[in-house]
Design a binder for this molecule. Structure first.
Ligand SMILES: [Zn+2]
Length: 330
């Protein structure tokens, strides 16, 4: 087969210097969640070429999960061709030790805790793998082809059962010394607030995640196991229950506002994105969130026209796109 040498800048790594004519370079991204495993082959323009989804079999242990990840990547590599593969990125929940390729402190992935996940996947595939925190990957995805395309600096908060965070600075993931930067879910928003599994009290995710909404609904005797969506529906009602539900969203909004005001004062970035399953309740929490940001952040008041707080646009695909972009991100 005829081959074409790609022209590359001096700062780019020669990941795959030769690719077949007519075939565009692509990368494989994996998003490993608490219940789902998704993998996709995505080309340099952001076009998804192929995708595999399945559930994660944590109850079957570490080897089963690793085998599923490796099989998904192998299947995509086979289907899309090895010659044009630029690299492999894997996004996982939990704290990451980036140099060692370890996951640490992940409630969802106890089997992968303090185990050389990256090197083991890499060994089984015979290819280099980049491991990254899932929220960091999602932030990179939004920067690449989502709501953050037109900026180089942004913060993303992922609002789900927990709260993750990712920081993009100068177009790159801000990882910190070992890879644990951006953990906004564990920023204190209520001194001596609800205890958190991380050892702190009053963490953002204890007051503004979907889990926190369910817990508040229980405490306010609205129901035992109401989802964030249920509490959104209740908030539409002009009843006593509706008022309680709206109070829950005010608490969520204030907590997010405190965290965002702190982030804005710290970074002076142009964009702060929110994503995740809580977004359908935006109309209920955003007003209090914006009032709190306005009240607590001088930087926000001074830079209002240059500072946006907005919804992310890639939904739950952001982590997949971001993971795929990792080999190109450097
Ligand atoms: Zn915490």
């Amino acid at each position: 087969m005829a081959r074409l040498a790609l022209a590359r800048g001096c700062c780019q790594k020669p990941v795959n210097a030769m690719i077949p004519v007519g075939m565009s370079e692509y990368s494989i991204g994996v998003d490993l969640g608490g219940t789902n495993l998704r993998a996709a082959a995505i080309d340099r323009s952001g076009k998804m070429l192929d995708k595999i989804s399945g559930s994660t079999k944590f109850e079957e242990g570490r080897d089963a999960v690793l085998s599923d990840i490796v099989s998904a990547i192998s299947a995509l590599r086979e289907r899309c061709g090895e010659a044009a593969l630029a690299g492999i990125g894997v996004g996982v929940p939990g704290f990451i030790r980036i140099r060692e390729g370890f996951i640490t402190g992940s409630n969802n992935l106890p089997y992968l805790e303090n185990f050389p996940v990256r090197d083991e996947i890499s060994r089984r595939l015979g290819a280099r793998v980049i491991l990254e925190n899932d929220a960091n990957a999602a932030a990179l995805g939004e920067k690449w082809i989502g709501a953050g395309q037109d900026v180089d600096d942004l913060v993303l908060l992922t609002l789900g059962t927990g709260i993750g965070g990712g920081i993009i600075s100068c177009g790159r993931i801000l990882r910190g010394a070992v890879g644990m930067a951006g953990e906004f879910g564990h920023v204190t928003v209520v001194p001596n607030g609800n205890p958190c599994g991380c050892g702190n009290r009053g963490c953002l995710e204890k007051h503004a995640s979907a889990t926190a909404v369910t817990a508040m609904a229980r405490l306010m005797q609205l129901g035992e196991e109401l989802s964030a969506r249920d509490v959104s529906e209740l908030a539409r009602q002009d009843t006593k229950e509706g008022e309680k539900a709206r109070e829950i969203w005010r608490i969520v909004g204030e907590s997010l506002g405190i965290a965002l005001a702190t982030a804005i004062n710290t970074f002076n970035f142009p964009l702060y994105l929110l994503s995740g399953g809580m977004l359908p309740a935006w109309e209920f929490f955003a007003p209090e969130m914006m009032r709190t940001v306005e009240r607590r952040s001088f930087t926000y008041r001074a830079t209002k026209t240059e500072t946006r707080i907005a919804k992310a646009t890639l939904g739950n695909e952001a982590g997949l796109y971001g993971a795929a972009y990792l080999p190109w991100a450097g």
